[in-house]
Design a protein. Structure first.
Length: 276
């Protein structure tokens, strides 16, 4: 009975989330303050519901639910919606919040409608440790930072194209400037790189400590270090003036696509990662 109630509440939360995205879209088309407020407060309700589910899982399992792909997807969505609300409250960038919410909604849908048996595919009790917990948490936070870079890259290209075509619609004034979008993009990448690096270092240390049979040439490890290289080279080329403006934004979008591929496919093909 409890599990059924929790399932119904999650489905209701997803519906509220979908309605909030509709209001965001209406606001985008018509610059409607009422739609914007409705979207924001619905997102706040969804945030508190998500937080409640996380706290419930924390109380039941006595650990933050991040030790499986099924749980990690949910936590990732929660981090994104938290960032979305924070951005909207501090900078009034409803568009940035909208794009982050779209990504979070996709991950929330994957979580809610995934096969039920996935929920029980976490790491065994004998392998659970604080080191593993910190490793996974840092990895998810780095993914959230790169998701923010992806959103600001989209906003940059949107503003760039509007300026190029001289199309100053009613929504234009609510978009960030090119400078703000670029600053947000770089700041997110600058944050994501060291956080992901720390996660990889802790993950390798955990593997040495907890596993007797593993290889550093595992597909998930290789993919994660490749992502670090991609984002690092991207920043270096931008700072050296070899990749500028729109090309930098497009490269950031491409890098995030690689991150999503590594997030799912890398976990599936990994020989020892338990995010299955």
């Amino acid at each position: 009975m409890v599990e059924m109630t929790m399932a119904r509440l999650q489905e209701a939360m997803l519906i509220l989330y979908a309605v909030s995205l509709i209001f965001y879209f209406v606001d985008y088309l018509n610059k409607d303050p009422r739609a914007q407020r409705s979207a924001f407060w619905l997102t706040v309700i969804v945030f508190f519901m998500q937080t409640g589910f996380l706290l419930h899982a924390l109380i039941v399992t006595r650990q933050l639910p991040v030790l499986s792909l099924y749980e990690g997807v949910y936590f990732f969505a929660w981090v994104l919606i938290t960032l979305s609300l924070g951005i909207q409250l501090k900078y009034s960038l409803s568009y940035a919040g909208f794009f982050l919410n779209v990504i979070a909604f996709c991950f929330m849908t994957i979580h809610i409608f995934a096969p039920a048996h996935v929920a029980s595919s976490g790491v065994g009790d004998s392998l659970i440790s604080e080191l593993l917990f910190i490793h996974i948490t840092f990895a998810i936070l780095s993914y959230a930072a790169f998701a923010m870079a992806f959103v600001f890259a989209i906003l940059y290209l949107l503003v760039y194209n509007l300026l190029k075509k001289k199309k100053f619609t009613s929504q234009f004034s609510r978009l960030p400037s090119l400078q703000h979008a670029m600053t947000g993009m770089k700041a997110a990448i600058y944050t994501g790189i060291p956080v992901l690096l720390v996660s990889l270092i802790l993950g390798i240390q955990w593997a040495y400590t907890a596993l007797s049979d593993w290889t550093i040439f595992d597909i998930k490890i290789i993919g994660s270090f490749f992502l670090l290289l991609v984002y690092g080279v991207l920043l270096f080329l931008n700072r050296s003036g070899k990749v500028k403006a729109a090309d930098f934004a497009w490269a950031t979008i491409f890098a995030f696509v690689l991150l999503i591929i590594n997030f799912f496919l890398g976990s599936k093909l990994s020989q020892f990662h338990f995010w299955l």
